[in-house]
Design a protein around this ligand. Structure first.
Ligand code: DAH
Length: 364
């Protein structure tokens, strides 16, 4: 039977040799201080403090020593392991502090930086409408509005477009219910606002009526079932076609630039007599370029209709046609925009892509 090996000298156990323990400590301290990252430190720690490390081995050897040698060896190895543990803990704290510092600077949020957010833009239809309104308000006119869902009587009959009038079919109409029941339509033009205004107030009347109108057209490069018009109406004593011409000249000069003239061309509308198409001098070539694509070399661009308010319309609207006369005009905004800015496809106007709108300026 073997008893404790009383003659066992710890110096002779290689792992417990003081020099070996010192070397293990030096190696561990060097590894701890040279670890540059927490990962490297973790690896060094398992090599120098882990179960298979020299110091763990030495620690295990202590158990086999005779009691007389245990205390001294235990103290030496314990102190060595303590130093190593402290060194690793200190380095760990250092590396952790460094990492936190780095994260704070790297992930800092600079609140003064404006995020690269896309800013929207007013739609050119709104911009043109407001510009037109500003021009007429500047002349002392008022803005009048009417509903988009309109009575058939105001949209047609009061404007001298009786049930059998051929022009009634020219404006392909969205009937809200069968034509013979509700009598409601989506207005096909802004002209019914003329009648509403005259029924509503006494002359002198100087109003501009902008708004949405609807026709049963398919959306294609040049048509859209929903579009915008503005209607002008003046009713006063002694109003003549010269006043109409004067107002149109002032208007186009302010919208398209000084010197842009207008021309009135005989035409027919049931609600005006006489009636005229409004041509605007070509703002691209002023009539000097026979191959101009905007005016097709004619020098003139048709922008709308106009005329002296028909006596029948004045009468239907409660105005005395023997005392008052008036003029009216109606212009399409989409068409003006397409011609003015060379917009080739109506889809661009209706689709609402901000890249289209931003080309017309960012006015908010
Ligand atoms: N309402 C007509 C249309 O939509 C345009 C128009 C023509 C309006 C002559 C008028 C006018 O006020 O006098 O086609």
């Amino acid at each position: 039977m073997s008893g404790p090996n009383t003659s066992y000298d710890p110096v002779e156990v290689a792992a417990l040799d003081p020099q070996a323990v010192d070397d293990a400590v030096s190696a561990a301290l060097a590894a701890a201080s040279s670890a540059g990252t927490l990962d490297e430190l973790r690896a060094a720690r398992s090599a120098h403090q882990g179960d298979r490390s020299a110091l763990a081995l030495a620690n295990r050897e202590i158990g086999a020593l005779p009691p007389s040698a245990k205390a001294e060896a235990g103290k030496r190895v314990g102190q060595a392991r303590g130093r190593v543990a402290a060194a690793f803990a200190a380095r760990h704290a250092e590396l952790e502090a460094e990492r936190d510092e780095r994260i704070l600077t790297e992930e800092a949020v600079d609140l003064t930086v404006v995020p690269p957010r896309r800013v929207g833009a007013r739609h050119p239809i709104s911009l043109v409408t407001e510009r037109v309104e500003d021009i007429f308000v500047g002349l002392g006119w008022e803005i009048a509005e009417g509903p988009e869902l309109e009575s058939e009587w105001l949209n047609f009959d009061a404007l001298n477009l009786g049930p059998d009038h051929p022009a009634r079919q020219m404006q392909d109409t969205f009937f809200v219910e069968p034509a013979d029941s509700s009598g409601l339509v989506l207005r096909t033009h802004t002209s019914p606002v003329q009648v509403r205004t005259m029924l509503d107030r006494e002359p002198p009347i100087y109003v501009l009526c902008p708004g949405k109108v609807f026709r049963t057209d398919e959306l294609d490069a040049t048509h859209t079932p929903v579009f915008h018009q503005f209607e002008g109406l003046v009713v006063d004593e002694g109003i003549t076609m010269a006043h109409l011409k004067g107002i149109l000249d002032v208007f186009v000069a302010r919208l398209f630039g000084a010197g842009t003239a207008t021309r009135l061309r005989p035409s027919y509308f049931p609600f005006t007599e006489p009636s005229a198409e409004i041509d605007c001098q070509c703002w691209i070539c002023s009539g000097t370029d026979a191959s101009c694509r905007t005016c097709r070399g004619t020098g003139w661009i048709e922008v709308g209709g106009s005329g002296m308010v028909n006596r029948r319309v004045l009468t239907a609207s409660g105005i005395d046609p023997d005392r008052y006369t008036g003029f009216a005009f109606g212009l399409g905004i989409e068409r003006s925009l397409m011609l003015r800015h060379g917009v080739a496809d109506m889809h661009d106007i209706v689709e609402g892509d901000v890249r289209f709108s931003t080309q017309f300026g960012m006015e908010i």
